[in-house]
Design a protein around this ligand. Sequence first.
Ligand code: MN
Length: 287
Amino acid sequence: MQKWWVAGYNARGDQDNRRDLSIVNILLTNDDGIYAPGLWAAVEALEGIGKVVVVAPDREQSGVGGSVTLNSPVRAREIVPSVVGTQTWAVEGTPADSVILALESLVKDADLVIAGINGGANLGEDILISGTVGAALQGYTRGLTAIAISLASLRPVGYEAGARLVQVLAQQAREGALPRPALLNVNLPPVPVGQLQGVDITRLARRTYADTVRKGDDGKNGFYWITRTRPAWEMVEGTDVWSLRHRRVSITPLQTDLTAHDAVPGLAHLCGRLSTLVMPSAHLAPS
Ligand code: MN
């Protein structure tokens, strides 16, 4: 067992030796809404591994990324769970709102945050708009182990393999085998467990073209529809997309530093010119 678990650290990383060390507290959320089948497949898979609390948006919120509701109150109500005995809160807000409410007020002592099982892949640069990843991010930035898990199919293919993976990952977290803090973006190919070819630690792939916009007219004001066309991915070994294409589970460790470190030295020459242009009198000052 890893130090954080044996010593009994709470959600804020403070040591708390009074905790019952045999229980792992798991916060489960998603961006497909509280009644999504992938969420409840995960709840069932976690039975016996830890104490599960579900806090999730009351409706589908796919594609909202990490957005947080700041200009209106966020309501949460306890509802009857789809799996008996699971404390369950429906949140009138985003996936990130749900995790913030859970960790700051409703649950507090979570050890592990799991977002999913999402219906549809979250790969490459698309993770920047993923509500599933946006939810997990809130656990990660609070020092927890956070897992975003997605099934790469929008058609109902069953969540058995995903549920098995959730179970195994939670067990690994409980045994201290996963880093903390961590943000793991997990994707499964849409195949039965028996057809999975392996598990890879990957990096994010790059897309080669962006979304398209369709124009429509409903007799009132014209409107635009941003469509998610089938992306053309750079198919390079070592990426999340490559693993999925080869029927393998992809686990990409993520971090929040989006700085393009390689670009910093190459842009340094701009500083002097920009300073002069922004502050024209600056060069007159005695040096
Ligand atoms: Mn979704």
